[in-house]
Ligand binder design. Structure first.
Ligand code: 4H4
Length: 270
């Protein structure tokens, strides 16, 4: 079971975790999510959790004590606890990080607020993660998005009919176009190869369309893609269809099928 704890000032924001796939995962005993309001650990008369920055400056910072107390009050850390600080200064969250965290036993998310954290809070964290290069009013939405991306990768959560293997970004490429019934919708046809039942051709069509879509929409992902020998012919077709792909040709040239060397028929004089 994956244990997720979220330290937040706004536990009521987390209603999405009580719905849909996240709810099913909890009901199935695959996941436990615990929300901790660190205001409960504030000791001042007015339960202060933030204060003005030393040295002046706008905004308020989260004080260290309530968050330290809340973390220290968590049950004994499992050997695989990872504490993650939500902050725009963190590493931008990507699918491979979701995969890595989905294999942890326990995740603890600390959601910031206001202008951020007292710097000493950072020593509590194993990692600092950002949803993206923008500033939110709080880390709660960031934590919810990351939890969603992580939990769907836990074995058994998506169920036997769905899989994350073919997701966009799981293969390093964007996903191929997908269709369902009807085969003809207002004159728009589903590609016939998908109706052919020819699995090898379908697989090849999907790979080519993933490559096409990634080159055209997210060329920034191409450098990390490892092309296979089977990709060579698809890539040669794509570069004819989309000349703008040509600058990457050097990346797959080495995959050109080698002409089979003719076997020599000379009789060995020995
Ligand atoms: C936290 C602002 C930390 C500044 C915050 C800092 C994000 C994000 C976010 C509310 C709070 C903001 N959290 N991904 N993007 N001074 N949180 O914007 O450490 O940079 O996760 S600070």
């Amino acid at each position: 079971m994956m244990h997720i704890t979220v330290l937040t000032l706004f536990p009521e924001m987390f209603s999405p975790i009580r719905e849909s796939i996240l709810k099913r995962a909890q009901d199935a005993g695959l996941l436990e999510i615990r929300l901790v309001n660190f205001r409960d650990y504030a000791t001042s008369k007015h339960k202060n959790v933030d204060d003005v920055p030393y040295g002046g400056g706008a905004g308020m910072l989260l004080k260290p004590e309530p968050i330290f107390s809340a973390i220290r009050d968590l049950p004994q850390p499992s050997e695989k606890r990872k504490v993650i600080l939500m902050s725009p200064q963190g590493q931008v969250f990507r699918q491979e990080k979701a995969k890595e965290w989905s294999e942890q036993g326990e995740l603890v998310f600390i959601c910031g607020h206001y202008e951020g954290f007292d710097e000493r809070i950072r020593e509590l964290a194993d990692e600092e993660a950002s949803l993206g290069d923008y500033v939110l009013t709080g880390g709660e939405l960031a934590a919810m998005v990351m939890i969603d991306a992580v939990v769907r990768l836990i074995p058994g959560v998506l169920g036997e009919f769905a899989s994350a293997e073919e997701d966009s970004h799981s293969t390093g490429l964007l996903e191929y176009p997908q269709y369902t019934r009807p085969a003809d919708f207002e004159g728009q046809q589903v590609p016939t190869v998908l109706l052919s039942g020819h699995h090898a051709k379908i697989k090849q069509w999907r790979r080519k369309e993933s490559l096409r879509r990634t080159f055209l929409r997210r060329p920034d992902l191409i450098d990390a893609v490892s092309f296979t020998a089977d990709d060579y012919s698809l890539l040669q077709e794509l570069v004819l269809e989309h000349p703008e792909i040509e600058p990457w040709q050097a990346k797959w040239e080495h995959l050109r099928p080698q002409l089979k060397r003719r076997r020599s028929h000379r009789i060995d004089p020995g």
